[in-house]
Design a protein around this ligand. Structure first.
Ligand SMILES: *Cc1c(COP(=O)(O)O)cnc(C)c1O
Length: 366
């Protein structure tokens, strides 16, 4: 039996994708091989990576002057690669000025890493209210090398309600937990990056979408594997790319295209999120701690209204356990913030969200 998986990542994949991957496991496209067994430089793998890139370009409307890279190391390695490639100076710690907005755990990690290589200015933070909102975005410094935001904050469940205008300073964003969840104007960004395991495919592949003029700026001392110019020049094949992950991403993108693309999934994601937030806003038992204009479509944290901390903890533990017993999995909040969280990425159906609400209505009554 398939469970309803509300995991924040790695997270549920569309069932048709898994079934197709299973059917093609030992013989893909009549090659008599699994994708895992193919040479990445073979004529069998070439159409797979080309199809994945073409579908991503089509679905996201990626302009021709952007490169798409399939890398490894997760979104976390991009926390290092971005300052190393765009801002690093003659030696570590002697880099250019850069701006960051602090909206939670992931942006904070990006900031800590950037401080090793660049002169970081944290222009705004929502830490004062436990990251439950998105702060106003101040203008960048005139000579900033880039301006970094985390578009969707997976742990606290916030998302930017509008894209800040940073003028000629390239806007860089972590889109790990919101890529392809709704339409996004790629042209407003210098770099977008995402670990695949939330909304794109399996863990192990990182997608980087980078404007061409931002490639080739890393000083010589930056290691070869950490340079965008290395991967861009070799079409993500300087070394062996995460072949199987790229193949699964291709299947996910095909599934998404058949569904009607990003406009269609965006509409469905809004419906799913509205249904869940409406339920929370009208519940006497649960509530959403996130300020309304900044609520994520993908990650929805919620807590009980119980004031007694001990009872609250017990209730929440019981909730997660009883939900799991009926096949509603991975509803615990992040270990740093507690409470509960439902991650409802593209692969989560509206029926799945309804089943969760149904369970919560029953839980309230006992
Ligand atoms: C999950 C996540 C990360 C970490 O991704 P890794 O691929 O594990 O490095 C970074 N940023 C955001 C917004 C995330 O959701």
């Amino acid at each position: 039996m398939r469970v309803l998986n509300f995991s924040p990542g790695p997270s549920a994949l569309p069932l048709p994708v898994l079934e197709r991957a299973a059917a093609e496991m030992t013989d893909t496209n009549g090659t008599g091989q699994s994708v895992m067994e193919m040479s990445h430089r073979s004529k069998d793998f070439k159409p797979i990576i080309e199809k994945t890139e073409a579908l991503l370009r089509e679905l996201m409307g990626i302009p021709a002057n952007y490169k798409v890279l399939f890398l490894q190391g997760g979104a976390s390695l991009q926390f290092s690669m971005i300052p190393l490639n765009l801002a690093a100076g003659d030696a570590p710690g002697k880099g250019k000025k850069v701006s960051y907005i602090d909206t939670g755990v992931w942006s904070d990690k990006a900031i800590k890493e950037a401080k090793k290589y660049a002169a970081v200015e944290v222009r705004a933070s929502s830490k004062d209210k436990a990251y439950t909102y998105i702060p106003q975005a101040p203008a960048p410094g005139a000579d900033d090398a880039y301006y970094h935001i985390t578009l969707n904050n997976t742990i606290v469940g916030t998302k930017w309600d509008k894209i800040p205008n940073t003028g000629s300073v390239p806007l860089v964003s972590d889109v790990s937990s919101c890529i392809l969840s709704e339409p996004l104007d790629v042209g407003k960004f210098g770099i977008l990056y995402a670990g695949a395991q939330k909304n794109l495919g399996p863990a192990g592949t990182t997608v980087v979408i980078i404007r061409e003029d931002l490639i080739g700026k890393a000083p010589d001392w930056v290691p070869v594997m950490l340079r965008y110019d290395t991967h861009s020049a070799e079409g993500s094949m300087y070394n062996t790319p995460p072949c199987y992950g790229i193949y699964i991403i291709g299947l996910v993108l095909e599934w998404l295209k058949n569904l009607g693309g990003v406009d269609a999934i965006g509409k469905l994601n809004r419906e799913k999120a509205e249904l869940f937030y409406n339920y929370l806003d009208n519940s006497k038992f649960f509530y959403s701690p996130v300020e309304k204009p900044y609520r994520s479509l993908m990650n929805i944290p919620f807590v009980t209204r119980e004031k007694d901390e001990t009872k609250k903890g017990e209730l929440e533990t019981r909730f997660v356990k009883e939900a799991a017993a009926v096949g509603l999995l991975n509803l615990a909040g992040h270990r740093l913030v507690g409470g509960m969280r439902a991650s409802i990425y593209n692969a989560m159906t509206i029926e799945g969200v309804k089943a969760l609400i149904n369970f919560m209505e029953k839980f309230e009554k006992v």
